[in-house]
Unconditional design. Structure first.
Length: 472
């Protein structure tokens, strides 16, 4: 792999940062969401209930540990760290007249620390986060008003960090709007019983797509050197059998994914998008000028999260869990403790599918394995995570070197342990660095290297050469 390949990691403010009321930050939608261990859905409250544990409040305290954590990332050789800015730290209510200087200064310090080690910051503007006031006042992304407010926020941080941050992402896993049962994380929306959910969903998707395009347009005006990408939750999907119906079913399964990336990359609602609107009987408003904005605001690169593959077909009997997206169980694959199917080759397939379709540079903005780690007297021996990392990194190497996919980086999800987005648990750990913290929020926050720390350090140090003998 070439020396410029951006090996690194990724995390989100609401799962990592903590410091929820420090430095003038306002309440965010995550701050009223309880953790829910053991498979239950996370509970969302209207306000903070005293005595209840809300994982985002402290998360794993990057706010106070960023220097230590970035030093550990640098020790592994990171060349990129993808992180998100909490909108509520910049505009505490979302629609304030002036930004919050203390919030801006915090991210200045974080970027300076990264740059000190030569680590490129990549910033997600919206990673499952918006100020809670915008839900109370406007109903979250149900309202067109959010486009202007989100663009104002984007312009503020673009201007402030124009010489520090080159890589930006608009919405994290934007297509999760169509997948999540409750689009709370993505859009601050809880469906009401008396409304047509499909129309609410398509309208919010349209607003976010217009916002994403305007963000790209404004970003390029502020600094033409900016590289601004999208971020799609992407699980490649196999046809269960060679029954000719199965590939059509696969196509249908992929349509809600392409729906977003087609607009963000090609700048229009393509036939795939229009067919999906028709199939879902969707009815939503497109204002005059919107389609021109979509056409102008296309992204510079495609980024995606990949955790598991899916299977679709007429004979599927059992379903498997996955990162929001699910599908049939694949008898050839093992799963994680959370039932996500482990499939490194599908990462190579995904890279090929994406690059074939769009022909723009690709970045893997999330990949990783959630597992329960045991702290032994002599360390944390997470051989399963090293194995997952090696095989997935090899798949990326093969995609670049054999298939000649233009992939320029790979970010491991949660290099320092963070709170799970899906469940709010701590025991579902992704990190190469262990954080002493439990599901109820107890712990010292002490950081300890796991065995996998050395695995990643070696991969980066050898530019992937140490993966040479792995055959997938
Ligand atoms: C993606 C999100 C992340 C992240 C990851 C793993 O959907 O972008 O925020 O958390 O999935 O999911 P989980 O934390 O539920 O294991």
């Amino acid at each position: 792999m070439n020396k410029e390949f951006l090996w690194g990691g990724a995390a989100a403010a609401n799962q990592y940062e903590g410091g929820y009321l420090e430095g003038g930050r306002g309440l965010s939608i995550n701050d009223v969401e309880m953790g829910a261990c053991h498979g239950k859905a996370r509970e969302i409250h209207e306000c903070i209930h005293p005595g209840v544990y809300y994982p985002s409040h402290r998360a794993t305290d990057f706010y106070h540990h960023y220097k230590e954590d970035i030093a550990l990332m640098a020790e592994m050789g990171f060349r990129v760290f993808r992180m998100s800015i909490a909108w509520s730290r910049i505009y505490p209510n979302g629609d304030d007249a002036e930004p919050n200087e203390a919030g801006l200064a915090f991210y200045d310090s974080v970027f300076d620390e990264l740059l000190k080690y030569g680590i490129e910051p990549m910033v997600t503007l919206h990673h499952f986060e918006l100020p809670l006031q915008l839900v109370k006042k406007y109903g979250g992304w149900r309202s067109r008003k959010l486009i202007d407010l989100a663009v104002t926020y984007a312009k503020t941080v673009f201007r402030r960090y124009r010489n520090k941050v080159r890589y930006w992402l608009t919405f994290n896993e934007i297509n999760s709007l169509f997948i999540a049962k409750t689009p709370w994380h993505q859009a601050g929306i809880i469906y009401r019983d008396d409304e047509d959910r499909t129309n609410v969903m398509f309208q919010a998707a349209h607003y976010q797509l217009v916002c994403s395009a305007l963000t790209v347009i404004e970003g390029h005006k502020i600094n033409p050197e900016f590289k601004i990408g999208n971020m799609i939750l992407y699980n490649c999907c196999y046809a269960m059998t060679c029954d000719p119906h199965d590939p059509i079913m696969v196509h249908d399964k992929m349509a809600p994914i392409w729906y977003f990336s087609d607009v963000q990359v090609r700048g229009r609602y393509t036939n795939t998008c229009l067919a999906y609107q028709k199939k879902m009987n969707a009815c939503f408003e497109i204002e005059e000028g919107d389609l021109e904005i979509l056409a102008k605001g296309t992204v510079d690169f495609f980024s995606f999260s990949y955790y598991a593959s899916m299977v679709e077909g007429r004979r599927i009997e059992y379903s498997a869990d996955g990162n929001l997206l699910d599908g049939g169980k694949n008898p050839y694959l093992e799963t994680t403790a959370w039932g996500w199917q482990i499939d490194p080759l599908a990462l190579r397939t995904s890279l090929n599918e994406i690059y074939d379709r769009y022909q723009i540079p690709v970045f893997i903005s999330e990949n990783g394995m959630g597992a329960i780690d045991t702290v032994e007297e002599d360390g944390i021996h997470d051989a399963y995570r090293s194995e997952y990392l090696r095989t997935h990194a090899k798949a990326v190497k093969d995609a670049c070197e054999i298939d000649l996919v233009d992939c320029f980086g790979y970010a491991w999800w949660g290099p320092v342990d963070i709170v799970s987005a899906g469940t709010g648990e701590m025991r579902k750990r992704y990190g190469f660095v262990y954080v002493d913290m439990d599901d109820e929020g107890n712990g010292t926050m002490e950081r300890r290297k796991k065995d996998s720390f050395e695995t990643y350090r070696e991969i980066i140090d050898t530019d992937g050469m140490c993966l040479e003998n792995i055959v997938l």
